[in-house]
Ligand binder design. Sequence first.
Ligand SMILES: [Zn+2]
Ligand SMILES: [Zn+2]
Length: 692
Amino acid sequence: MKTKLISYSRQIGRPYPWLALLGCVLCVPILPAQPDPNARVLSAHHHHVGIAEAKEDWSETTAMPEGPRLELKFTAAPNTGEVVLGVRQRDVSDAWALRLNGKQIATLKRHRDPKVSYYAVPAGALRDGENTLVIESKTGKDNIVVGPVALHQRPLREVLELSLVTLNVSDARSGRPVPARITITDLQDEPVEIFNAIKNETAVRLGVVYTVGTETWVELPRGEYNVYATRGMEWSRPQVKISARPGAAANVALRIEREVDTRGFIAADTHIHTLTFSGHGDSNLEERMLTLAGEGVELAVATDHNHNTDYAPYQEKMGLTEYFTPVVGNEVTTAVGHINAFPLDAKETPPNHKLNDWVQIVDGIRAKGAKVVILNHPRWPSLPRSPLTQFGLNRASGDFRSEVPFPFDGMELANALTPQPDPLFLFQDWFALLNRGHKVAAVGSSDSHTVGQPVGQGRTYIPSLTDDPAKIDVDNACDRFLRGEASISLGIFADVLVDGRYKMGHTVPVQGDFVKVRLRVAAPSWITPRRALVFLNGRQVAEKPVLAGAPRRPTNVLSDFAIKTPQHDAHLVCVVLGDGASHPSWRTAERFTLAATNPVFLDADGDGQYRSPRETARQLLDRAGGPVDRQWQAVNEADDVIAVQMLSLLRGQGTIPDWETRARELAAKKPLLSDYLAMPLPPIKVTAEQLR
Ligand SMILES: [Zn+2]
Ligand SMILES: [Zn+2]
């Protein structure tokens, strides 16, 4: 259906005291720093523009939209210098063009709360006589309130009383400048608009300036501000309060300190986008280089959608080669999931993304040289539409209804852009796959598409021979990732040592009644870890509070657990959960932070190797021998995790006619079995014998 365009116009010309009409506007401070008595009101009304009914709290405007666009006609004289349009606007969440006499002069600033945004009108944009101002959606999907609209006959610098603020960030220990994110807010910690930053050496958004640390400057309207420096989750968050006054530059010099010791590991973000090659988001390549350096990402895997992006030339151009090692990758974006691949060759054609078969897709990716293939955000875009649901993952057994192989080396459990409300939800998927015998490593990443969302917010800590971020051996990092030696992080760092010397990815020859687990938990002063959990084969076997440091001190603690030696081989995973972060410098999408280890494999039966619960289940069934009753007896005696695998194996054999009845009987006693039966099950294989 085509929406009928309705336009309307209002002839306005008389001067109006800008101040008077603002009294009606929802008690939000929307004045320029100094009231402008010479501002001309082009419209005094609150116009509802768009295609749908007003939102509940839009009390100032009409229920139905006036039309899909706003058109204001007014008379003026040509402007020889810059003038300014002040537009009160509300709930702008999409792209809206602001056009004057047919020429776009701005895209409306996006903000939810009602306030006035200012737009510079270049010299010569106003005509003698009638002028037309149009505000129009670029997508036709959004609804907004705009107006009053006023014309200020002065340049932006004067209207807002912009004043100069110099910015420096240095490493507290070395005294050297260090790339960082500077967050500028009002005194209520709401991000503010930043003006006239120096292009090429900064990446600027609402309330955010990424810098290389050396002196740069921006302009702020007259007022009081909080200024913070951050550099990802390993660093402190110093703060200073400043007052911006025209004619007196405010000098900000923030000293930032490393608070989380991650020596021996490098911080990898395996999932990063740019507007340049992903086509959405807002970070161009140059800005991405600044954000990577400013967030302390050390191994940066470029993963634009279906594009092999090489950061190296941009990193060099920006003079940022010392801060991270770039890796060419690709988020192979298919109808059956977003599949992350690296390293790739930027000169090669990207892997085929038009296939619908996991194995074919992954084979195609590996044929292009990728060593690591990860299933990204496995529960996106929603639970029912996610690839794991499409293929029918049974979250108790790790079987797929469609019996697809699971050809991935890793799976994202901490994607900062699309976390699950329950922090352990994805872990249950993962544990089921591990129990089923898949070798799949946990991954943390940011999936950042923008400057504002911190790249590296989700990350993976990979052991490294060097701590120099410019000299990371990419092949070695891939190998160690594949060996499961990394831990994942969303604000917290974790590492584990079992029986004094075994690390993530290792197999432990367990001796004695208890397994000694020493978990290290570290976090910066502005993140609070709360609980440490230990899982064996995905079942929680221990929990302890994390004894965090004093308030506003970094956390760096060792937690010791004595875990009862399991009867059979098991994988051991530690998870740390903490409070969500709400500060604008590093805001989490959900109300938690976390860290998790990859598994340490316990060889409990002393045969020198680790067997997954699936293999143990097979072994136990073999031992029970042929008689069906003995096999069911063995299922009954096994622990839940292994019993589920035995049930799945018996079902797969397809030779047991009363499988369903017997399974239901056992499920009454074993909760995991009843979960298993309630979830998608693979088809029963019908044997040739049964067909006869
Ligand atoms: Zn994706
Ligand atoms: Zn992505």
